[in-house]
Ligand binder design. Structure first.
Ligand SMILES: [Zn+2]
Ligand SMILES: [Zn+2]
Length: 395
């Protein structure tokens, strides 16, 4: 590391540490008032207030998303555009069990730190507020509407119980099947009815048979949302929702076709009418940019994080996946718990977001994220390498 970078990193450290009390306040305020996806009015407002205070121009709502925002700071001198992605939605019943209060604060913190130093090198810093990661992720809509087209790199680090390199996530489709039959007295005149619940049950059975023939890393899981109203009435309407997931978009397309055939066959057997729709956005698989990921790993080590595990085996899906097909992206994980037994989507994990341990690691990650942005802005060759890799991996 040259002397110039060493000095700059020391300045970043001082500045980030000075910012920490305000960031902790932001994360705790969001924790105390958890809001579900697309209802994060308080959380988005708090992020925006802080970003405005530090000189960002903010667009809220953004692209028609009421709790979404785009905060931009453009230096007088031109240069690379670095984006940080904020999430701040909670889970029903367990509040911030995914740690999005810390996640969003880390991104906003990194944006504010990078903004402080961007005038010297030249470039643009953007912080995107991206609602509803747990359900209908706004990043999907943003990606479709061109939000990331002018962005050179996008970064988001997710709280976890270990540090992990940015990896993959599964492509996902959210499919809804509705079956329309005919009601009748289930005992007095069953022959007059058309049983919509039978169609649902057969769909599950067909899909369970399909599992034998699908790739081992694909996933299909569903629930019955409506299975009738009373045992003595033949259900005239039934509805099931499924998530179908696969490692690549192309295999997902193939698998979804077969899942739909399972529902169509079941519907035909039961004599119902079938309506198929998507009940949430489809998520693309995450393609992590390896050069960008290496750069972030180096910066994590530079701030003193050494215990970094390889990428997680991820069988979940992330709306950051859609971003990764629009611009070079990473989605690494960082430890806020200090105990691998405590996993995300639990109350214990939510409580961990309030600890000194979490704040210490949040501060380190904010520094590593802003230093990564800084390096990409300083080093044209690094950015070119990142972009060449992006072009070759997302065709
Ligand atoms: Zn989650
Ligand atoms: Zn999450």
């Amino acid at each position: 590391m040259n002397e110039e970078r060493r000095t700059l990193n020391e300045e970043i450290k001082q500045y980030a540490e000075g910012l920490l009390p305000e960031l902790i306040e932001l994360s705790e305020a969001i924790y105390q008032h958890p809001e579900l996806g697309n209802e994060e009015y308080n959380a988005s407002r708090l992020h925006v207030e802080l970003l405005r205070k530090y000189g960002f121009d903010v667009e809220i709502p953004y692209l028609g998303v009421k709790t979404g925002f785009k905060a931009t700071y453009k230096a007088a001198k031109s240069g690379a555009t670095v984006a940080y992605l904020c999430e701040y939605d909670a889970l029903p019943g367990i509040g911030h069990g995914c740690g999005h209060n810390i996640l969003g604060t880390t991104s906003t913190g990194a944006g504010i730190v990078l903004k402080k130093f961007v005038d010297t090198v030249g470039g643009t810093v953007i912080v995107f507020g991206t609602p509803a990661e747990e359900t209908s992720g706004a990043k999907v809509l943003y990606a479709d509407m061109g939000a990331f087209d002018g962005v050179d790199i996008a970064l988001v680090a997710h709280p976890n119980s270990s540090y992990n390199r940015s990896g993959r996530s599964l492509a996902m489709d959210a499919i809804q099947f509705e079956y329309f039959g005919k009601t009748a007295h289930a005992a007095a005149a069953p022959e007059k009815g058309i049983n919509a619940l039978d169609a649902v049950i057969n769909t599950f059975n067909n899909i369970n048979a399909l599992r034998q023939q699908m790739q081992t890393d694909a996933r299909i899981h569903g629930v019955i949302k409506d299975g009738g109203k009373a045992a003595n009435v033949i259900p005239e309407y039934a509805m099931a929702q499924f998530y179908v997931r696969a490692q690549t978009k192309s295999y997902l397309t193939e698998l979804v076709k077969r899942v739909k055939a399972c529902a169509e066959g079941a519907s035909m057997a039961a004599g119902t009418e079938l309506k198929i729709s998507n009940y949430e956005y489809s998520y693309d698989n995450l393609v992590s940019n390896q050069i960008l990921s290496d750069t972030f790993m180096e910066e994590l080590e530079a701030v003193g994080v050494t215990d970094i595990e390889p990428e997680r085996d991820s069988f979940g899906s992330l709306d950051a996946g859609n971003v990764s097909h629009k611009c070079p992206t990473i989605h690494p994980y960082f430890d806020i718990v200090g105990n691998p037994e405590v996993v995300a989507h639990t109350r214990e994990f939510a409580e961990s977001t309030l600890t000194d341990y979490a704040y210490k690691n949040m501060a380190l990650v904010i520094r590593a994220l802003s230093q990564t942005g800084m390096r990409v802005m300083f080093d044209e060759n690094l950015l070119k390498g990142i972009k060449d890799e992006f072009a070759s991996t997302t065709m």
